[in-house]
Design a protein around this ligand. Sequence first.
Ligand code: SF4
Ligand code: SF4
Length: 136
Amino acid sequence: MGEKRLMKKLKKERRALKEKKTMKERKLIKAKKLEFEARKIKISIDYMRCEPAQKNTVSPRCGFACVKACRLYGRNILKIEGNRPVLAVTDPEEIKRLDNECLSCEYHCGMQGTDCIQIKVPLPGIEEYRREVLGG
Ligand code: SF4
Ligand code: SF4
């Protein structure tokens, strides 16, 4: 292949890559929340209340506390992209395998952020327990 043709091909590939990236970013910005599951818990991040996502800033007051906490105490499930916390691990099965369910992202968002992370921890049998033992 001639040098000119090769350069043209490379340019085309680069343009396609850029367009793909922009589409991904646009999709990300449109998303109102991020939801994912670990083995026993369900995690949800409300982007409508997340400071950097709303202000589109690289230096929010919270300092991306959730992502830092996930790196320190969790398993690097979260990363920063498009000025918001997103999944660093995208395969749902891989998330279930890796996530240590430390709850740190929720705690640190509550302490330093806008309290927009909610983790649901289903407790099977709790309703029966309430009825039988607590009578209510
Ligand atoms: S629960 Fe822990 S490991 Fe899972 S996303 Fe939150 S900080 Fe990361
Ligand atoms: S700590 Fe809370 S407010 Fe800050 S980036 Fe994480 S989810 Fe958003």
